[in-house]
Design a protein around this ligand. Structure first.
Ligand SMILES: NC(=O)c1ccc[n+]([C@@H]2O[C@H](COP(=O)([O-])OP(=O)(O)OC[C@H]3O[C@@H](n4cnc5c(N)ncnc54)[C@H](OP(=O)(O)O)[C@@H]3O)[C@@H](O)[C@H]2O)c1
Length: 373
């Protein structure tokens, strides 16, 4: 009996300690946080809109599926059949925006996505990108947005994607050699010819966004934005809001870091993983930045959500035109990520989370060289 009581005491004591630690990081009163009811609701297919008027697309859940990691840059390359099944499962669950690029593979990801979406092609928004220099199937590290090259890429992408139109075509990186007006003008012509429906930019800076938008209205800006990379909040997101352009955060989970699934012992296959060369994924930076995982975990534990879900919910709470595209190769993670559509953060919770995160200084740049131009 005495032993039983002691066991209960220890159990209760452990639970109390964990909640107090969480509460102290986030400054939440444990009693208040625990009182909130976390009923299970299947993910809502609430819609977010990228872009304005006839240049807009509607995105179910307000979340798209990033397909890059199924073929490229995330170390292992899973077998094709389960990835096709994953993309089709996403569609069955209501996902209607899929993101790829000619550079992913190179080329192989477009082929995979093209095959996977064939049964429901007309019902989704298919996004791809041009802009990198690719020779004999290999990225050279250079850029190429020459108008003639854009046209060649679009023809090749249409074949690989097994379709007659790309719904949202992004310039992958601003090419300083080609005026952005010429790029926008080329995409405008492709839209007039029916080969492309909408125009997007990736990692474009404020001036280039404005110049491009004046030639061909931009539907979405796709740039890195996560709790580890918050710079877009200060410049490009306000411009998107002003011009009615949607914002698509790429690497919204900071390439898995914010999920807590990778750590300082994680090994990357350098030939197929850019994290091996990115400063933020070096072991010392991984350890130094871990406080952010602690905050997300503590906050999520109070509400019954994972660190990954809280990281995505924080992004989506910033603006209603923000549509993240988390990448995954796992059905379980897909379901988890779509579950974010159910998360409602009160103004107070959002403020607590933001304050806790702002107190952490992030070590390590996101890339070794600046990307935004
Ligand atoms: N425009 C650009 O320059 C650019 C650059 C990079 C990426 N992108 C686009 O953005 C998409 C996403 O970016 P990303 O793949 O770099 O980064 P991300 O979405 O931030 O992270 C993807 C990684 O997180 C893991 N993950 C996802 N959900 C998870 C969950 N719930 N729990 C645990 N782990 C989870 C995935 O592993 P599992 O497979 O194990 O789930 C994967 O390794 C890409 O697919 C691509 O379409 C665009």
């Amino acid at each position: 009996m005495q032993q039983q009581n002691r066991r209960n005491f220890l159990k209760n004591g452990t639970a109390l300690t964990a909640s107090v630690v969480a509460a102290s990081i986030l400054n939440i009163k444990p009693s208040t946080a625990m009182a909130s009811v976390n009923t299970y609701n299947p993910p809502k297919k609430s819609v977010r809109t990228l872009g304005t008027g006839k240049h807009s697309v509607e995105v179910a859940y307000g979340i798209g599926l990033g397909c890059m990691g199924m073929s490229f840059n995330r170390s292992f390359i899973p077998e094709k059949a389960p990835m096709i099944a994953l993309i089709r499962k996403a569609y069955d669950m209501g996902v209607n925006l899929f993101d790829t690029a000619e550079a992913y593979g190179a080329f192989t990801n477009e082929v995979l996505v093209g095959e996977a979406i064939a049964p429901f092609r007309k019902n989704i928004t298919l996004c791809s990108k041009f802009g990198f220099d690719i020779q004999k199937g290999k990225l050279t590290g250079g850029l190429n947005s020459h108008p003639k090259h854009i046209r060649e890429v679009v023809e090749a992408s249409l074949k690989r994607l097994n379709t007659d139109v790309i719904d949202l075509l992004y310039q992958h990186r601003v090419d300083p050699k080609i005026p952005i007006e010429d790029v926008a003008g080329t995409v405008k012509d492709l839209i007039a010819e029916g080969k492309v429906k909408h125009f997007g930019l990736s990692e474009a800076g404020v001036e280039n966004i404005k110049k491009a938008h004046a030639v061909q209205p931009v539907t979405a800006l796709q740039s890195e934005f996560s709790l580890m990379t918050r710079d877009p909040l200060t410049d490009v997101i306000p411009v998107c809001e002003q011009l009615g352009i949607g914002f698509v955060p790429y690497s919204p989970l900071s390439r898995a870091y914010l999920t807590g699934y990778i750590n300082e012992r994680t090994k990357y296959i350098a030939s197929n993983d850019n994290r091996a060369s990115l400063p933020r994924y070096k072991a010392d930076a991984i350890v130094a930045n871990w406080a952010i995982i602690d905050v997300l975990t503590a906050f999520g534990n109070q509400k019954g959500y994972t660190a990954a879900q809280i990281a995505l919910a924080w992004l989506m709470a910033q603006k209603p035109f923000i549509v993240p595209i988390p990448g995954t190769t796992k059905q379980a993670h897909l379901q988890e990520n779509l579950g974010v559509a159910n998360i409602v953060l009160s103004a107070e919770e959002l403020q607590q989370l933001t304050t806790a995160i702002n107190s952490i200084t992030i070590m390590g740049d996101r890339y070794a060289t600046p990307q935004t131009k």
